[in-house]
Ligand binder design. Structure first.
Ligand code: SPV
Ligand code: MG
Length: 561
């Protein structure tokens, strides 16, 4: 990516990130300002994060987290059937998805003053600006269901709860709205005013006067008598046809549209579902519903894409891995009767799958596997296969030759029977030289157990060193028979090439493949040829942190790797 593009992406990311956190003014302060507003303010109902986000982006200054709507969306009744922590979870999602304040419909506080204190603590932690509690008894019943049979809390009990909230809150701007259910329960204006006075004195920041009448008479009469002693809030669910100017003139501060979102969602879902069911097709509904990309937009999928650009390892679209997995691994005996070594499970996962996952984690997703022995048993997700039918008793170059046309551009060539720590691969990929091989400087520790195998020892222009400013090390010679005093390490079976390096490897393969002994050639023949022709092969020293699986002892070690 060009640096301009990088800057653009980072800028966009910053914009998106900051727009999803609070601005200068906290949510509690925002809500307090609504209560102090000179104009009539509106809260709109939401019942989950999606509807909350829609409320916010439409322009509302606050959200009513409705008990009725949340319980309906959860498929239960508005009778405290959902536990308070379940409601808390919903409102936390809503809070995370938005920057405007949320007033939670806290019903009766889910218990007594003590439960109420704990609720406030949790709401503050989750960024909920305010809570509304009503003067009824737990478990509550929705105000529009058999309301005349609903009992009110005593004034003492309810004022105790209000005081407990005010004492418990840590943020001085957290607000409590005390909801008067007197009209709902059949009481008159006098009882309402008596209670309102007590709740106000106990510390309520605002009063919600509820009514189930189809006209606003009750709330208007209350507002007149109350004479603005503290802000009033209403929820005109039943007297919805009253123009809002009437409320404005009566001095009401906040109108809550309490449940219209859940009701419209129900209507839309019923209609869509009915049509799809009867028409046995989605064709006719498609134009009337939002496209999937609108869902992604509301989920802020764009932010994740930009974050991935920033935080995920760069996808190496141009790098291909070639994994040589043709040999059986005779020394594994019964274990490889029917499956090649690369498919032997290590801690339950075939070696090849582990390799594919490691390449994937480093951003290398284009992978070619050369398979031979029991080819039909060799599988792995999202890789391509090339076949080497001549795997029996042949050297590795024959296998590599089958994938010759895949050694093109940036490449990684790997044995199929090795395990290594991710940093080895990452360091190889980061190296800019044209041909780089990973070499284990701790070769002596492995020497005894490899007494019988074909080991690619190397001599380099310098041995491994701990100095960070050491000059580059290059391969001088590779072979299984180097004398111990000449050995600087053991090649672990990983090569990285650039486009130029790949061309050099292919050129060498082309020449060597014409030799009559080509079937028996190994990688040391390739490397020695390259070095003789003046090709520099960079040695990247590692110190252990890898293993190959040649025999049963190796396999046991691999299980513990
Ligand atoms: C709610 O939305 O849950 C309310 C308001 O309490 S109402 O349903 O209108 O009573
Ligand atoms: Mg409610």
């Amino acid at each position: 990516m060009s640096s301009e593009k990088v800057n653009y992406f980072h800028l966009r990311l910053l914009c998106i990130m900051t727009s999803s956190t609070n601005g200068e003014i906290s949510k509690t302060q925002q809500f307090k300002r609504l209560l102090q507003s000179k104009h009539l303010e509106f809260l709109m109902e939401a019942h989950n994060a999606l509807s909350a986000r829609i409320v916010e982006e439409t322009g509302f200054s606050g959200i009513w987290a409705s008990g009725l709507s949340i319980s309906a969306a959860l498929g239960v009744r508005d009778n405290n059937e959902a536990s308070w922590t379940q409601v808390l979870e919903v409102v936390e999602f809503m809070s995370d998805a938005t920057r405007i304040p949320i007033l939670l419909d806290g019903d009766t506080g889910y218990g007594n003053f003590n439960n109420m204190r704990r609720l406030v603590k949790k709401l503050e932690q989750r960024g909920v600006a305010a809570v509304c509690i009503e003067d009824k008894l737990f478990p509550k019943t929705n105000s529009f269901i058999t309301s005349e049979r609903q009992s009110l809390a005593t004034i003492d009990e309810f004022t105790g709860k209000i005081k407990a909230v005010k004492d418990a809150q840590r943020d001085p701007d957290f607000c409590l709205v005390a909801r008067l259910e007197g009209f709902i329960a059949g009481w008159g204006l006098d009882e309402m005013l008596l209670r309102a006075e007590a709740y106000h004195l106990a510390g309520a920041d605002a009063l919600l006067v509820h009514s189930k009448k189809v006209t606003p008479d009750e709330v208007l009469a209350f507002a007149k008598a109350w004479a603005n002693k503290c802000p009033l809030v209403i929820a005109p669910t039943t007297y919805y046809s009253t123009p809002v100017e009437v409320f404005e003139q009566a001095g009401i501060r906040i109108v809550i549209w309490a449940n219209q979102n859940v009701r419209s969602a129900i209507a839309a879902m019923q209609e869509t579902t009915r049509r799809i069911f009867t028409e046995r097709s989605v064709q006719n509904v498609e134009d009337g519903i939002v496209p999937v990309k609108e869902v992604f937009r509301l989920q802020n999928a764009e932010e994740l894409l930009l974050a991935e650009e920033r935080y995920l390892p760069k996808r190496r679209a141009s790098t291909r891995a070639i994994i040589l997995a043709a040999s059986r691994g005779d020394e594994l005996g019964e274990v490889t009767a029917g499956i090649p070594k690369a498919m032997v499970p290590v801690s339950g996962t075939p070696l090849l799958h582990k390799l594919v996952a490691q390449f994937g984690a480093a951003g290398v997703r284009a992978i070619t596997v050369v398979r031979g022995y029991a080819a039909e048993k060799v599988h792995a997700p999202n890789v391509e296969f090339v076949e080497n039918e001549d795997f029996e008793g042949t050297g590795e170059l024959l296998s590599l030759h089958q994938a010759r046309d895949r050694i093109d551009g940036d490449a990684i060539i790997s044995f199929g029977d090795i395990l290594f720590r991710q940093h080895i691969l990452n360091n190889l990929l980061a190296d800019k030289h044209d041909i780089v091989i990973a070499v284990d400087a701790m070769w002596e520790q492995r020497r005894e157990r490899e007494a019988n195998g074909y080991v690619d020892y190397i001599t380099a222009t310098r041995p491994y060193s701990l100095r960070y400013d050491e000059e580059d090390a290059f391969l001088a010679k590779m072979g299984p028979d180097l004398s111990a005093d000449k050995i600087h390490g053991e090649w672990i079976g990983l090569i990285k090439t650039t486009a130029r390096g790949s061309a050099a490897v292919c050129g060498a393969l082309d020449v060597l493949s014409k030799r009559s002994d080509f079937r028996g050639l190994h990688f040391d023949d390739l490397f020695n040829y390259l070095v003789c022709r003046g090709q520099r092969v960079q040695v990247l020293y590692v110190t252990g942190q890898w293993l190959d699986v040649d025999d049963l002892e190796d396999l046991a070690r691999a299980q513990a790797f």
